[in-house]
Design a protein around this ligand. Sequence first.
Ligand SMILES: Cc1cc2nc3c(=O)[nH]c(=O)nc-3n(C[C@H](O)[C@H](O)[C@H](O)COP(=O)(O)OP(=O)(O)OC[C@H]3O[C@@H](n4cnc5c(N)ncnc54)[C@H](O)[C@@H]3O)c2cc1C
Length: 482
Amino acid sequence: MADTEQTVQGQAHSIAVLGGGPAGLGAAWKLRQETGFNVTLHEGAPLVGGNAASFDVEGIRVDYGSHRLHPVTDPEIMGHIKQILGNDLLLRPRHGRIRLRKSWIHFPLKPFDLATRLPIPFAFSLFFDALTAKFRAPKTDDPTFKTVLLGGLGKTMCESFYFPYVRKLWGKDPDELATTLAQRRVSGSSLPKLLKKIFGQLPGLKSPTTGKFYYPKEGFGQICTGFAGAAEASGAQIALNSKVVGLKLDGNRVTELTVETPSGPQTSSPDKIWSTLPISTLIRAAGDAVPEAVKTAAQNIEYRGMILIYLVLDTDQFTEYDAHYFPEAAIPMSRMSEPKNYSATSEPKGRTVLCAELPADPGDEHWDLSNEDLGEKMREWIKAAGLSLTANTVKVETRRLPYAYPVYNRTYADNFAVMDEWVASLENVLTFGRQGLFAHDNTHHALSMAYGAVSCLDEDGNFDRTRWAELREEFETHVVED
Ligand SMILES: Cc1cc2nc3c(=O)[nH]c(=O)nc-3n(C[C@H](O)[C@H](O)[C@H](O)COP(=O)(O)OP(=O)(O)OC[C@H]3O[C@@H](n4cnc5c(N)ncnc54)[C@H](O)[C@@H]3O)c2cc1C
């Protein structure tokens, strides 16, 4: 593979960005800021934002599950978000609760709250187990998510919190999952890391943004609509309802892109294709040109889906908490958020929405249930968690995300490597973003991939693949913030 590509002399390059989530929008905007290239973004949905979008339910702005912008966001990206959103970007205190052994513990964890709320024998065994975990963990040459966490946190913490939560989120036993999940998904994966997080909340040790998050007044999706507006204002074209269905190849170059639109199929021949689609979707779009081994890898890689249930209640506010977390197996939803509490709005009066995140896959027991049935189930789960629910249901809406989480099962790395290598062999195609790199990343990570990609492009359109490979190594170190 050549380090750089040849440019088309004398013409402005055209770049088709595929997907209008944070990664695609960040790239479209940054490309127009840094280059003179023509940029067209194709988004299959009728709105921008991908999994990080917002929409209205009964006059209340809601997200696809709990979304927060984390203060660890790279300062350059944070600066641009602040510039785009201005005073609409709020800094809010985190105020959630986790249900642990029938007690409610503040989340993020706080030392005083933990000390006073956890039953003493349980707290003692949590601490003792975590302290001795390293010596008692099963010895193995074939580590998994399970063995890594047992060695880092001990049995009590794993069995009362992480393992049931993981079974619910990914629909798999912790032994079926790769070690990557522990490294990238569990920021407190060992006792020292966990203690650092907990004691980092103490006055004197905490930074001005510890225990806080950024949130736009008009919902998390305002970050994406902001980037979309800025990208269009600087000359990018954003095509909604423009679903990528075909890529035509000539040797190792994509020569034609086909999208399905409400007015029928359309084709174009951009110089470059920058894709943030799920990597398996990109591969399927290339049809018969794809080698059999790559097709098989695309079939075998797994994404976990999610049903979002929006329960509208006839009350101003359900609780003061932004989110409730449910690790236990008996309650199928993993988290429930109250969107009005994220932006601290009291409007509209007499209405609030609760949003349940229910990890699920097409064909599961919950996937095809009606809104009403899911709403009823959600009410039962809320009550089973010991929360009082007296307000009436006004309405139930649902959304289904087929690509909520990449599943790091024990074969994912091999399957991803086969697909990644083939995409890298196409000289004018780049894959990035959460779905494109199969990375369980936050929005700020997706944006930093976009910015990184643009930094690899010179003004003649040469893409520096050596630098991109270095950046890809950096992306591997991203740790997801909850
Ligand atoms: C439940 C949940 C909670 C989360 N909470 C947080 C949080 O608190 N903070 C945080 O920072 N991040 C959070 N995230 C992660 C965040 O949503 C992602 O990091 C972000 O959306 C990734 O952006 P992306 O552009 O890489 O991918 P996506 O947002 O998935 O965007 C991909 C886009 O491609 C489009 N697409 C797919 N196929 C086609 C096609 N064939 N043609 C055209 N377009 C297509 C999709 O419609 C989508 O718009 C959460 C995610 C989930 C699921």
